[in-house]
Design a protein around this ligand. Structure first.
Ligand code: ADP
Ligand code: MG
Length: 403
C-alpha cells in the first residue's frame, strides 16, 4: 500500500513525515529519560528509507498533551537524541514547530539528512476544532516541505493539522508503518481465521466498550480483564468495592452480556481478583489479596485478575488462530499486580496464527515484563486508532490519503 516511489525522485526534496513518537518519559524537566522507545524504533524504517532516497526529512510529532503552548515537560528534544542514535546519524532539532528555528533547521538540511520539529501540540492550531485555525497551522507546516508522508499510526484517528489538513496541502503517501498496521487490522476484520479470541483490559473503560459492540458479531470469545471488569461484575449484581467503575455504562454492559448469549459469543470474566485497600502509589507497600470476583470487600480495590482467572484466560486462548489483545489485565506497573497481564502475554506468545497486541500500555507491558517482541505476530503502535478501526469507524488520517 505504501509506495514512497509514488512521490517521484526524492533527491533534494523536503519531505514532511508525521510520525508517532509519543513515548513515556520519566525524570525532571531538564533531564527527561525515555522509559520505552518502542514507538521511536517503529518509526525508524520510514525515516531511514526517505533519507536513503536522498530526501531532506522533516519529522513532525507530538508528545503528551501540552495545552497548545510550549511546555518544557513535553519537549521532543530527548526523542531527537534517541532517534539519532537509532538512525546512526545526528538528527537536527528545531526548537519550535513552524517558526524561525523550524525554517532555519529545514533550510540547513542536506540531502539524506533528518530534522525533528518541536512538539507539534505546542501550537494550538494542531488540535483545534476550528477548521480555519487548524488550516492556518497546516499551511505553515506544508510550507516547510514539498511532500508529506503519513506514518503516525497512533494519530490517524485524529482530525488534526499534522495528520489530516497537511495531507490536503501537499502531495502525500501512506508510510510503511501505517500501511503495515492497516494490513494487520484488515486481517482482524475481514474473514479472520477461527477461533478468533479478543482480550480487552486497561483503564479507558468507556473508550473500549464501543469496540465490544462491533466484536460481538465477529469474535468467538471475548475475555475481559483490567479496569473494565468491574463495570461488568457490577452489571451482574456483584459488589465491586472501590474498584474502577463507570456507573453510566452498567446498562450497556448488561446489553452486551445478553447479546453475547444470543449470538453464541462466549464472554469470559475473571472468577478471582487481586485486590488491595489503596491504589498503588509512591513507596507505599502493596498488600495484595486474592478474593472471589463475586465477593470483593467493600473497602477493596480490584487491581489485577487472580491466578485462577489468569490460567482460565490462558486456556481460553489455547488453539486460537487469531487473537487481538488490547489493555493490560491489571496495574502491571506494580509487580504485585502484573501476573494477570503476564499470563495473557505468555499465552499470546504460544499462539499458532495471528497474535496482535494493541495499545500503548499493553505494548509497553509486554516489553517491561521481559517478553521478546518477536514472539508476537504484531505489536501495534496505536491503541485508540486500532480500536476505532475495529469499531468500524472511519479514520480521517487514512481517508484523507485516498483523495
Ligand atoms: P492501552 O494503552 O494498552 O490501550 P489503557 O491505556 O486503556 O491500555 O490502560 C492501561 C492502564 O490500565 C495501565 O496503566 C494499568 O495500570 C491500568 N489498569 C489495568 N487494570 C486496572 C485496574 N483494575 N484498575 C485501575 N487501572 C488499571
Ligand atoms: Mg494507554
Amino acid at each position: 500500500m505504501s509506495d514512497l516511489s509514488s512521490l517521484g525522485d526524492l533527491r533534494g526534496k523536503r519531505v514532511l513525515v508525521r510520525s508517532d513518537l509519543n513515548v513515556p518519559l520519566d525524570g525532571p524537566d531538564d533531564h527527561r529519560v525515555i522509559t520505552d522507545d518502542g514507538r521511536i524504533r517503529a518509526s525508524v524504517p520510514t525515516i531511514r528509507a526517505l533519507a536513503e532516497a536522498g530526501a531532506r526529512v522533516v519529522v513532525t510529532a507530538h508528545l503528551g498533551r501540552p495545552k497548545g503552548s510550549p511546555d518544557p515537560a513535553y519537549s521532543l528534544r530527548p526523542v531527537a537524541d534517541r532517534l539519532g542514535e537509532l538512525l546512526g546519524a545526528p538528527v537536527a532539532f528545531a526548537a519550535d514547530t513552524v517558526g524561525d528555528s523550524a525554517q532555519e533547521t529545514v533550510a540547513g538540511l542536506g540531502d539524506g539528512q533528518v530534522a525533528l520539529l518541536e512538539n507539534v501540540r505546542f501550537n494550538a492550531g494542531e488540535t483545534s476544532k476550528d477548521e480555519a485555525e487548524r488550516g492556518a497551522f497546516a499551511d505553515q507546516l506544508a510550507a516547510l516541505a514539498d511532500a508529506f508522508v503519513s506514518d503516525g499510526f497512533g494519530v490517524v484517528h485524529r482530525k488534526q493539522a499534522s495528520v489530516y489538513d497537511v495531507a490536503q496541502r501537499l502531495p502525500h503517501v501512506m508510510g510503511g508503518l501505517v500501511a503495515q498496521e492497516i494490513e494487520v487490522l484488515r486481517r482482524l476484520t475481514v474473514d479472520p481465521e477461527r477461533p478468533y479470541v479478543v482480550v480487552l483490559g486497561g483503564s479507558k473503560v468507556s473508550d473500549k466498550l464501543g469496540v465490544i459492540d462491533n466484536l460481538l458479531g465477529k469474535a468467538d470469545k471475548l475475555l475481559i480483564g483490567g479496569g473494565m471488569v468491574f463495570t461488568f461484575l457490577k452489571a451482574q449484581g456483584h459488589e465491586v468495592g472501590k474498584s474502577l467503575l463507570e456507573e453510566d455504562q452498567l446498562d450497556v454492559c448488561r446489553s452486551y452480556l445478553a447479546r453475547a448469549e444470543e449470538s453464541g459469543v462466549e464472554i469470559v470474566l475473571p472468577t478471582d481478583i487481586v485486590v488491595d485497600t489503596a491504589f498503588p502509589s509512591g513507596d507505599a507497600e502493596p498488600h495484595p489479596q486474592v478474593v472471589p470476583a463475586t465477593a470483593i470487600p467493600s473497602d477493596a480495590l480490584g487491581l489485577d485478575i487472580g491466578p485462577e482467572s489468569g490460567a482460565a484466560f490462558a486456556a481460553a486462548l489455547q488453539g486460537a488462530r487469531t487473537v487481538f489483545w488490547n489493555g493490560p489485565m491489571g496495574v502491571f506497573e506494580v509487580a504485585a499486580f502484573a501476573e494477570g497481564t503476564r499470563a495473557v502475554a505468555q499465552a499470546l506468545t504460544e499462539i499458532d496464527g495471528l497474535s496482535v497486541v494493541g495499545g500503548g500500555d499493553s505494548a509497553a507491558a509486554v516489553r517491561a515484563l521481559g517478553f521478546d517482541e518477536a514472539a508476537f505476530g504484531h505489536i501495534s503502535t496505536g491503541g485508540g486508532a486500532s480500536l476505532e478501526y475495529l469499531e468500524g469507524k472511519e479514520l480521517p488520517g487514512i481517508t484523507v490519503l485516498e483523495d
